[in-house]
Every structure is written in C-alpha cells, then in structure tokens.
Design a protein around this ligand. Structure first.
Ligand code: ADP
Ligand code: MG
Length: 411
C-alpha cells in the first residue's frame, strides 16, 4: 500500500505538506489578527517571517495564502525573488494580475489606466529602464497607487482581503530596489481613506491589504540598516523556531490511532498506521526541523510496502536519509559568517551547564566576554539559533544535535 505515488511526506521545497505540524500561533495571527483588523480598516503591520532554511517559512505563508484564497481573498502566488533579479519587476507583474482579478483594467477612470500602464512598463523592463526620462511620478509610486486601487476594489467587493507573499527576500541585495519596495508596501499599508459606517458616520480607515515577507534572517539586517524607519514601523518580524515535539507527535497521531487513509491497490481506501515507537524515532531523527521531519517520514514510508510503519522502517529509512540530513545542517552552518560558526563550535564544546558567554568567549580565545557579545546577540535575536539564557542553550535542535552528538547517527 505504501508506494511512491501515495507517500504523504514531502521534503521537497514549496509545497504545503499533507502531514502538517504546529505553527498555530502564526496561522491564528493571520486568521484572528492581521486579516480581521485589515478588513475592518484598522492599522496592522505587514509580517516578516524569517528563519534558517528548512524551518517552514515558505510552507507557512503558502498555507496562509491557500486558506485565504479558498475564502475568497485575492492572493498572489508565492513570489520568489531569485538572487540578482529585480524584485520590483516581480512585484509589478503580480500587481497586474491582482488588478485583473479586481477587474481594474475595465475601469473607465483615466487615472487607473495611467497607473496600469506605468506598472506595465516596470513589469516589462524593471525599474532601471523606467527611471529616467519619463514624465509623471516615479514608477514605484505608480505601484503603490495601483496597490491602493486594488485594496479599494477589495473593499468594494465586501470584506475581500488582498494578500501579497514575497519569498526569499534575503536575495534583494540592491539597496535602492529594497528601499523602493519597502516604500510601495509601506505606503499602501499606511494608506487611509474616508469611509462611511452603516449608521452614516464618517471615519478614516486603512485598506484590506496584507503583506508577508519570508526569507533568511539576513534580510532583517539589510532592511533594518538604513531603511530602519519604514521597515520596523510597517512590519513585524518573527523568527521561526523549530517545531515542538508535541506538535510533531500530534501531526503523526492520526497514523498511530486510526491510520491515515490512502488509496489501496483495489481502488478502495486503506489505512497506513504507525507504531508509537516509530513516531518517537521520527521525532528523534528530525529534532523539530520541518524539512528533516518530512525527510524522515518519506524514507520511513519507502522503507517497506506494508501498511504499518515500524521503528525498524524509520531507522532503515534514516540510513538512506542520513547524508542528505547531514548536508542540510552543514549548509545552514556553512552559510553563517565565520565568527558565528566559531561561536557555535565553542559553545558546543562545553558541557551544557558551562555554556556562559564568559566561557564561550574564552574558548574562542577572546580576552573579554564582551568581545563575543555581538556574535551571540546575532545568533539569538537575529537567527534564533541559540537562546541567551542562563546558561546559553541551543534553540535550533538539529544544529545542536549535529554539533554535540553523533547525529545523524541515531544509535
Ligand atoms: N508546519 C509544518 N509541518 C510539517 N512540515 C512542514 C511544516 N512547514 C514546513 N514543512 C516542510 O518542511 C520543508 C521545508 O519547508 P519550507 O517552507 O520550504 O522551508 P523554508 O522556506 O523555511 O526553507 C518542506 O518539505 C515542508 O513541506
Ligand atoms: Mg523557502
């Protein structure tokens, strides 16, 4: 019954996994705060969701967007910014397609026609070719205006939110492009219009526009540097942590209790089960890391064709997954600046109770604890890899396992 065709786990990037765990705070932030507030006309900042690769940033916002689209909101697809590309061009294209959805091209207002044309130029050639020699407002102003029009159309439609998801934002390495992009979003999010309440009372409201930016933690620095003002006033940043074991266990619980329904060989529905010790082995293998969770699940699935996933299947599958699992964590470490990596190595060389800033700094060969201060701060508040408690501890449990144990070896 367990075949490649019905495998429920998906370690590949950019899908919404069927076996979904946790992230309830972030899902409810959209459902209970961001969306209702923006739709009611109340100010609410955009959201930036950052974290190391594999923590589930893209999947999270894809899921938010899928749920929003299902309930009638206008959403962009996940707009990935490849490195070296022009993010304004990518956004311009997305705005044009939202404008289509909002029915703006059929508007007879000249202003809207002009805005659409200006944004079309950006979509076709990027901001650099449109910057010079054109009369009228800057292209990014036209983009902000068009986004405002789309928001107003959503309002007319009745409680329709407009959701923009820009992914891999750490790849925006042109400071001007970043600044203009933040202005487009910032202006549209802050835009206020006069509205009339059902009783006839006038009030000022914001538009039902929401923006999610996702990417690696380095983005916070780029955006915070000189654009600090716009960025922190208009966006709230969350650093994703690994998933809790309880959340992962509940995600797997349907396998353990009733079995997960999958098509069987005879055109009916069968059920795939999992023993409790198989579930626990998956939890141990992945250390709360969503990518590794899917990888462990996938390989356990493939390890055998029967309808019960056992601990032996998980261990056999993990043998196959090991090189990829190790490479995944190694990539996270390799991407870190040298000092941060050295810090983590020094920290992991100490017994857990000895992991104080003083001891770690000494291990690194610094005369004073304060020399390692900025590095520890970045690893904590910017990247979420460690927590500077008493003593310091790892937050990223897969990184911890890699540095301090024989992981990915599970025995
Ligand atoms: N909440 C979750 N529960 C289970 N699996 C998840 C969850 N979030 C992400 N994943 C899985 O983890 C992997 C990495 O997710 P992805 O969103 O691509 O990470 P990121 O964008 O942070 O690099 C994907 O295979 C995805 O299916
Ligand atoms: Mg991603």
């Amino acid at each position: 019954m367990r075949t490649a065709l019905d495998c429920l786990f998906s370690p590949g990037a950019d899908t919404i996994p069927q076996v979904w765990a946790g992230r309830t705070a972030q899902l409810s932030d959209w459902r209970d705060v961001v969306r209702p507030r923006r739709v009611a006309g109340l100010p609410e900042r955009g959201r930036t969701i950052l974290g190391e690769a594999g923590l589930g940033k893209s999947a999270l916002v894809r899921r938010i967007a899928r749920d929003a689209a299902a309930s009638g909101d206008w959403v962009t697809p996940q707009l990935r910014v490849p490195s070296g590309s022009d993010p304004l061009m990518i956004l311009a294209r997305a705005l044009l397609s939202l404008a289509d959805q909002a029915g703006l091209p059929s508007s007879r207002e000249k202003r809207i026609g002009d805005q659409l044309r200006r944004v079309e130029t950006v979509a076709a050639g990027g901001i650099s070719v449109t910057l010079h020699g054109q009369p009228g407002p800057e292209p990014f102003t036209a983009m902000a205006d068009l986004l405002v029009q789309i928001g107003q159309a959503g309002l007319r439609q009745g409680d329709t939110a407009v959701l923009i998801h820009l992914d891999e934002v750490q790849n925006i390495n042109d400071a001007d492009a970043l600044s203009q992009l933040l202005i487009v979003f910032g202006d549209a999010l802050a835009h206020e219009i006069a509205a009339t309440a059902p009783g006839g009372m006038e009030f000022i409201r914001s538009l039902p526009i929401a923006v999610y930016l996702t990417g690696l933690p380095d983005f916070a620095e780029a955006a915070g540097a000189d654009k600090g003002a716009t960025f922190t006033r208009r966006f709230r940043t969350t650093i994703l942590a690994p998933l809790d074991d309880e959340d992962l266990a509940s995600a797997l619980q349907p396998f353990v209790t009733d079995g997960w329904p999958v098509p069987d060989d005879e055109g009916g529905i069968g059920r795939v089960r999992m023993t409790p010790d198989a579930r626990d082995a998956i939890l141990r293998a992945c250390g709360g890391e969503p990518f590794l969770f899917q990888l462990a699940g996938e390989q356990a699935w493939y390890a055998d064709g029967s309808d019960v996933i056992t601990r032996d299947h998980v261990l056999a599958g993990w043998q196959i997954a090991r090189p990829e699992a190790a490479a995944h964590v190694e990539r996270i470490l390799q991407r870190l600046p040298g000092r941060e990596r050295e810090f983590l190595e020094a920290m992991s060389g100490l017994a857990p109770e000895d992991r104080t800033l003083t001891r770690i700094a000494a291990e690194m060969g610094y005369p004073r604890a304060s020399n390692a201060g900025p590095t520890s701060q970045r690893l904590d508040s910017m990247r979420g890899i460690i927590a500077r408690g008493k003593p310091y501890a790892f937050r990223h449990r897969a990184v911890e396992a890699y540095l301090t144990t024989g992981w990915p070896d599970l025995t």
